[in-house]
Design a protein around this ligand. Structure first.
Ligand code: 4NP
Length: 175
């Protein structure tokens, strides 16, 4: 039948990408995932955002090196603005996706008791790359930002398959 609005609307889901500053890695991941989701025709079914565990860059746009690497791959992330992860995010997002193990620990330190978000590292979704980080490129060079992009794309492609499966299970339950 027609999808109905309710507390757990299984026809929709949500993904929050999290790094330290929300200016280098998570904006690239957000941009890549938005692009993949739009191409899959799922933009109206998946809410997407990014945040940082730290507060230093709140309100700023992504690092120019992140904007440049995204632009080289046809993705515009210049309109994104940094914000800090907050407790409300654990109710608002189904998947909270960290870039590295340090992010993961910081996310868990903020998480309210009993929350039901799935907190994972991005590359955990890639078979054979479980536990591997998307390394912080902040003090690196352009090649490090290219690596950020490469890993973000690998992770986001795998993440989309997981999210798609969750939506498909939801759709079956609706039928
Ligand atoms: P991000 O990179 O976590 O990928 O956004 C960083 C950005 C800023 C800082 C560290 C990492 N910082 O120390 O200001």
């Amino acid at each position: 039948g027609a999808p109905q609005t309710r507390e757990q609307d299984v026809t929709k889901t949500s993904v929050l990408f999290v790094c330290l500053g929300n200016i280098c890695r998570s904006p690239v991941a957000e941009g890549v995932f938005r692009d993949l989701v739009a191409q899959a025709g799922l933009a109206d079914r998946i809410e997407i955002d990014s945040a940082g565990t730290g507060d230093w860059h709140i309100g700023r746009g992504p690092d120019p090196r992140s904007c440049a690497v995204a632009a080289r791959h046809g993705i515009d992330i210049t309109g994104l603005r940094a914000r800090q992860l907050c407790r409300a995010d654990f109710a608002r997002f189904r998947f909270i996706v960290a870039m590295d193990a340090s992010n993961l620990a910081d996310i868990r330190a903020v998480a309210p008791a009993g929350h039901s978000a799935e907190v994972r590292m991005l590359l955990d979704f890639v078979p054979g790359m479980e536990g591997r980080p998307v390394p912080d490129p902040y003090y690196g060079g352009p090649e490090d930002f290219e690596e950020t992009y490469r890993l973000a794309r690998l992770g986001c492609e795998a993440l989309l398959e997981t999210v798609r499966a969750a939506l498909a299970v939801g759709a079956a339950a609706e039928a």
